[in-house]
Design a protein around this ligand. Structure first.
Ligand code: NJP
Length: 233
């Protein structure tokens, strides 16, 4: 049984990834702060697909939480084949109006959170010649005035993914760069496709496809958007 770890698995893209990977027979380690949501999801996936699901509290902004989570996962499963570093938050606002606290919060989750999660699981993934997927964004290589902090965290995460890759050629690092997705990221989900949003299931479907490619193929980044989203670069 292959094992996948998903951060930010309580909602949105992470939850859809969990559902899709359980269907593929993966053992799952699900992390997020909303343990009640993880518990419900884990129970459902165990029952429906008969896979082993571990869920645990995870706050990627706290080094000790990431370390504890990794320890529990590695003790339970003995190793990890796939890591999806997906946990992330949005942050709007002009750069000259953002506060120290806002700036720090978004970098802690989207950039440092990715770094510390990958670092914690890397020894095991290296051993298994596994895959690390980091969910950044279509904005990880473009600019949006009014969302500069968020955008900067994703450019930085992109730099981390690529540097990790260069430092660890035996691991397949993949940057997933979705455009707008109908999740809690924009408040309550339920938007129409025609408004320019993909569904979280679209992201999960693409990821499962990528995982099934032959092991000698390294897909380094994928940028994908709804056909109704304006093509901006
Ligand atoms: O958002 P949402 P998405 N520690 O809000 C978790 C990127 N993206 O699925 O802790 C641990 O439904 C949170 O769990 P909880 C985006 O930047 C999205 O859309 O329980 N986990 C929840 O499970 C992000 O990197 C769009 O609150 C933490 C999850 O993160 C990724 O997609 C476009 C956490 C967020 O679920 C998933 O976001 C794009 C923490 N400190 C990139 N803080 C889009 N939706 O349009 C949050 O380009 N989480």
């Amino acid at each position: 049984m292959k094992v996948a770890v998903i951060t930010g698995a309580s909602k949105g893209i992470g939850e859809a990834m969990a559902r899709a990977l359980a269907k593929e027979g993966y053992g799952l380690a699900l992390g997020a702060r909303s343990v009640d949501l993880l518990e419900r999801l884990g129970g459902e996936l165990k029952e429906r697909y008969g896979v082993d699901v571990l869920h645990a509290f995870l706050d990627v902004t706290k080094p000790e939480s990431v370390e504890e989570f990794a320890k529990e996962v590695l003790e339970h499963f003995g190793g990890v084949d796939v890591l999806v570093a997906n946990a992330g938050i949005g942050m709007g606002g002009r750069l000259d109006e953002l506060t120290e606290e806002e700036m720090e919060r978004v970098f802690q989750v989207n950039t440092l959170g990715v770094w510390r999660t990958v670092k914690a699981f890397l020894p095991s993934i290296r051993e298994r010649k596994g895959t690390v997927a980091v969910v950044t964004s279509d904005v990880s290589a473009r600019l949006i005035p009014g969302a500069g902090a968020y955008v900067a965290t994703k450019w930085a995460a992109r730099a981390l993914v690529r540097t990790f890759q260069m430092e660890n050629p035996e691991v397949r690092f993949m940057e997933l760069r979705p455009g707008a997705v109908d999740t809690h990221f924009y408040g309550k989900p339920g938007r129409r496709i025609e408004e320019g949003f993909m569904k979280p299931e679209d992201v999960a479907k693409l990821f499962v496809y990528l995982l099934k490619l032959p092991p000698h193929v390294r897909v380094e980044e994928v940028m994908f958007r709804s056909v109704y989203q304006k093509p901006e670069y």
